[in-house]
Design a protein around this ligand. Structure first.
Ligand SMILES: [Zn+2]
Ligand SMILES: [Zn+2]
Length: 336
C-alpha cells in the first residue's frame, strides 16, 4: 500500500510503498477512505514531541471499514464502520478501568509511537475503536476523536456544561473553535465566539454563535452582553487570550484549557480567581464515550466537519506548508 513516512525529524515526508500490516490478538486492520491532517502532525515532524519512534507513518485521525480482526477481537468484525481514538490505551490501569483512558500513562499515540493514519490501511486495536452510527460522513468520523470528541470531553465531561449556560470560545475561527461553536450550540448553550479575525464573524454566526467578539478587551464586551460573565470558557489559544478569558468568567465560572497554540506560560491573578471562586481545568484528548457522543451529534446533523479541501497522499508536504502559513480555514484531509 502507499503510505507517507517520516524518516527523520525536520525533513519532508516521503511517500512510498509499504507492506499492509499483519494482525493478531486484539489488533484490527482498518481500510480508510479519508483521514485528517492535524497541526499536531506538523509539530511531530518539527520535533516538538521527544518520544517519536522513527521511521513512522504520521497521522491520528482514523476511521474506515474493518478489513481484518485478530483472533481475540470479540466486539468488532470485518465490514463494521469504525473510528479510532488517537491512541491505544493499556486497558489495565486505574484510568482505563474508570473510563478515563485519555489519561492512561501507558497509551501509545498513532503517528508518534505507533504507525498512524497517513495510509490506506492502518492497524489499530479493539481498545481504541467505536462503531460509527448510520448517517455520519467520512470526514465527521475521521475527526470524531481528535476534534469533536476532544471538544465534547472539554465542554461536557470536564467543563460540566449545562443547557442554557453562557459559553465563551476563544480562538473561535480556528479548527477547534469552529467545531466548538457547533457542539456548544448542540448542547443548548448561549455561545459567545472570540476571534481576532473580524472577517470571520459572519461565518461564525452561521455556525451558531449568538455573539462574536473581536476586540482585544473582549471581557468588557462580554460582561455588557451577559451581565455577570460566562459560566464556562473554552480556552485554546494560550497567552494572547488567557487573561481576558479568565476575566470574562462570572462568579463561580469555569475555564477549561485545551491544546493551546502558544505554549508560553501565562500569569495567574490568584486574588481574582480566589475572590470569584473560579475553576481552571485541563482537558486532554477524548475517551470512547466522548467519541460516541460526538458521533451521535453528527448522526443527528447537529455538527458537521469544516473541511477546507481534500488532497492526495503525494501532496502531503504542500499541505503541511499551507497549514504552517495558516492559509487554510478548515481541515485539510487526505483522500486514500
Ligand atoms: Zn488531530
Ligand atoms: Zn491505561
Amino acid at each position: 500500500m502507499k503510505a507517507s513516512v517520516l524518516k527523520e525529524l525536520k525533513t519532508p515526508i516521503s511517500v512510498e510503498e509499504v507492506e499492509i500490516p499483519e494482525v493478531s490478538g486484539h489488533d484490527v486492520l482498518i481500510k480508510q477512505k479519508l483521514t485528517g491532517i492535524c497541526y499536531r502532525d506538523i509539530l511531530t515532524q518539527e520535533g516538538f514531541f521527544p518520544r517519536v519512534s522513527l521511521p513512522i507513518i504520521p497521522g491520528h485521525e482514523i476511521s474506515g471499514t474493518i478489513e481484518k480482526v485478530g483472533e481475540q477481537v470479540e466486539d468488532f468484525k470485518p465490514g463494521d464502520r469504525v473510528a479510532s481514538l488517537i491512541y491505544t490505551p493499556c486497558g489495565q490501569c486505574e484510568y482505563c478501568k474508570s473510563g478515563n483512558e485519555n489519561l492512561c500513562p501507558n497509551k501509545r499515540t498513532f503517528g508518534e509511537t505507533v504507525n498512524g493514519g497517513y495510509a490506506q490501511y492502518i492497524k489499530t486495536t479493539d481498545k481504541s475503536l467505536v462503531k460509527v452510527p448510520e448517517g455520519v460522513g467520512d470526514a465527521e468520523a475521521s475527526i470524531s476523536a481528535c476534534v469533536t470528541g476532544m471538544i465534547y470531553n472539554a465542554m461536557k465531561r470536564v467543563g460540566g456544561l449545562v443547557e442554557g449556560e453562557n459559553v465563551l470560545i476563544s480562538g473561535a475561527g480556528g479548527g477547534v473553535g469552529t467545531h466548538a461553536i457547533q457542539i456548544a450550540k448542540a448542547l443548548g448553550a448561549h455561545v459567545i465566539a472570540k476571534t481576532s479575525s473580524p472577517w470571520k464573524a459572519e461565518k461564525l454566526y452561521g455556525l451558531g454563535a449568538d455573539l462574536v467578539v473581536t476586540s482585544e478587551n473582549f471581557d468588557k464586551e462580554i460582561k455588557q452582553h451577559t451581565g455577570d460573565g460566562v459560566h464556562l470558557a473554552l480556552e485554546s489559544v494560550g497567552l494572547p487570550t488567557f487573561d481576558k478569558t479568565l476575566r470574562s468568567l462570572r462568579t463561580g465560572g469555569r475555564m477549561v484549557v485545551i491544546g493551546n497554540v502558544d505554549p508560553t506560560p501565562v500569569p495567574l491573578p490568584l486574588g481574582l480567581i480566589i475572590l470569584k471562586g473560579n475553576k481552571i481545568m485541563g482537558s486532554i484528548s477524548s475517551t470512547r464515550e466522548d467519541m460516541k457522543a460526538a458521533l451521535q451529534l453528527s448522526a443527528e446533523g447537529k455538527i458537521s466537519a469544516m473541511v477546507h479541501r481534500k488532497i492526495k497522499l503525494d501532496d502531503i508536504n504542500e499541505a503541511f506548508a499551507e497549514m504552517k502559513g495558516k492559509m487554510s480555514l478548515g481541515r485539510i484531509m487526505i483522500e486514500l
